[in-house]
Design a protein around this ligand. Structure first.
Ligand SMILES: [Zn+2]
Length: 108
């Protein structure tokens, strides 16, 4: 399980080095992981992750925070993440759902 992203569960995959003479030798492709924290604006909480891939970091930035990310990708998180993250994402989605029901809270 080592080397897997804690959020999306992507891990090492295999492939070939292909030389000019088209000889193929086995190689592995590692995930670009680094430690980091994810922050839920709605819950006002952070959790620290030992490994989060750069793709996930960029996606979270792109959609505008972990709350939106959790809303959009909860299904993926449930399938691939570690338990701690799943609980965190569920709570973020719940909180986000409540906030959007009350129009006063949506605009700050
Ligand atoms: Zn990831």
């Amino acid at each position: 399980m080592s080397g897997r992203c804690n959020l999306c569960g992507r891990g090492t995959v295999g492939g070939n080095n292909v030389s000019k003479s088209n000889k193929k030798t086995k190689r592995t492709f590692q995930v670009n992981n680094s430690p980091g924290t994810i922050r839920s604006e709605c819950l006002n909480e952070c959790i620290r992750l030992a490994r989060i891939c750069s793709k996930c970091t960029r996606t979270i930035d792109h959609v505008g925070g972990f709350d939106q990310y959790a809303l959009k990708f909860l299904k993926n998180i449930k399938l691939n993440s570690i338990d701690r993250v799943i609980q965190f994402a569920k709570r973020a989605v719940k909180c986000k759902g409540r906030a959007s029901l009350q129009p006063g809270n949506a605009t700050r």
